[in-house]
Design a protein around this ligand. Sequence first.
Ligand code: CMX
Length: 135
Amino acid sequence: MTKKINHIGIAVKNLETAIPFYRDVLGMSFEGTEDVAEQKVRVAFLQVGESRIELLEPTAVDSPVAKFLEKNGEGIHHLAYEVEDIEQALEALDAQGVRLIDRQPRKGAHNSQIAFLHPKASGGVLTEICQSGNH
Ligand code: CMX
């Protein structure tokens, strides 16, 4: 079902402060920033090999990432696995009794379709599946 790690999400308080470490110190290729209004986050993508680092900054006090930062501080927030067909993947996960946050795909960055599994269903690791959009 899973093809590769699409990205690793890292929660940060401020994108402008966080980007230079990944871009200038680690030498990753900066792909730009994007507002993901539905998720109340602003994200920055940095390419590393065939995967990416996704830095997530909350854009509202009730953003899930704001909640995460309050509880845990900055750090790894989620792992995202790419799938060929997200609707089929969600059906298969549901059929296996996996607890899902999203039963239907939502819009993610880069026109992707995304869905989250509940962290309690995956050993405390917030897991996203995503189907790439055209970018
Ligand atoms: N990793 C591990 N555990 C997490 C977690 C995370 N990132 N975020 C929350 N949890 C835990 C909480 O600590 C809580 O545990 P306890 O019950 O033991 O206290 C439990 O999961 C429920 O958390 P909650 O915030 O109360 O539950 P919600 O239903 O409000 O939120 C969640 C669920 C985790 C899916 C949501 O907070 C979230 O992070 N959504 C994803 C937001 C996001 O990253 N969007 C960007 C997508 C952009 C893209 O990739 O394109």
